[in-house]
Design a protein around this ligand. Structure first.
Ligand code: TMP
Length: 239
């Protein structure tokens, strides 16, 4: 197992450590939860472990479908070995059902099925509060090349298809989710960051019960239990 060296970066929900291999880093998932650009903060016992395991299941599934990801291995309850990438400063949101900021922006009732998949880009900037940006904004800010953006949107749509059908088998609706991409040393575009109840909306297909971070954002309670239920429906994850 590669040894952890100095911490390279600490985000709201994860820490990233260098290893002796310059092409690999270790991601440590924290129990910290934030919402509304860090204004709301809490610790959710067990969240780091649950997200590490849930993300491991998703990354492995997507790799079997041919999606290029940064995932290499799951090292421990909270640690994942991934390829070192330079993160494209965009949050790529893919939506199947109106919820959250889209429901607000378009005035659509939460839960209304979108007639077509919606893909949005947000500029990753804490100072600006991650604003929605269009392709011209991305171009002038030089956040990604046109070619990268086309590839990112196409990967986002493919990932949506794979995740949606994988989750449907577990009686879960994939309402929407956020992806981040990175570029490795060889210039390959890889799915990076995490896929977890922190970054997706999952609803029970029958009851429409929310089984994701909206339970924390909206003070619905039973946050940890919801994340546990997701891991349980995915079949669990053993190291
Ligand atoms: P939104 O409806 O608030 O724009 O969120 C869309 C999706 O993106 C939802 O699944 C939650 C996820 N998300 C993040 O992962 N990080 C964020 O900072 C935000 C605002 C949303």
């Amino acid at each position: 197992m590669p040894a952890k060296q100095s911490m390279m970066y600490e985000g709201k929900a994860k820490k990233v450590f260098l290893t002796e291999d310059p092409t690999l880093v270790i991601v440590e998932y924290k129990d910290d939860a934030t919402a509304f650009n860090g204004q709301k903060k809490a610790q959710i016992a067990g969240k780091g472990e649950l997200n590490n395991k849930i993300a491991s299941v998703f990354f492995r599934m997507l790799q079997t479908k041919g999606i290029p990801t940064h995932y290499v291995d799951t090292l421990s309850d909270r640690e994942m070995l991934v390829k070192k990438v330079s993160i494209v400063p965009l949050e790529v949101v893919v939506r199947n059902i109106a919820a959250g900021s889209l429901a607000q922006r378009l005035g659509w009732e939460e839960g209304r099925v979108l007639p077509k998949t919606v893909v949005e880009f947000y500029y990753k900037s804490d100072e600006l509060g991650d604003p929605l940006v269009n392709t011209s904004h991305i171009d002038v800010l030089e956040l990604a090349t046109h070619e990268q953006l086309v590839q990112i949107e196409e990967l986002g749509r493919q990932i949506n298809i794979h995740l949606k059908s994988f989750l449907a088998d577990k009686n879960l609706l994939l309402v929407d989710f956020k992806l981040e991409f990175g570029v490795d040393e060889e210039g390959n575009l890889l799915l990076a960051d995490e896929i977890s109840p922190d970054t997706c909306r999952f609803w029970d297909a029958d009851t429409k019960e929310k089984l994701d971070k909206d339970r924390f954002r909206r003070d619905l309670g039973s946050v940890e239990e919801a994340y546990e239920e997701i891991l349980r429906r995915l079949g669990g994850f053993t190291l």
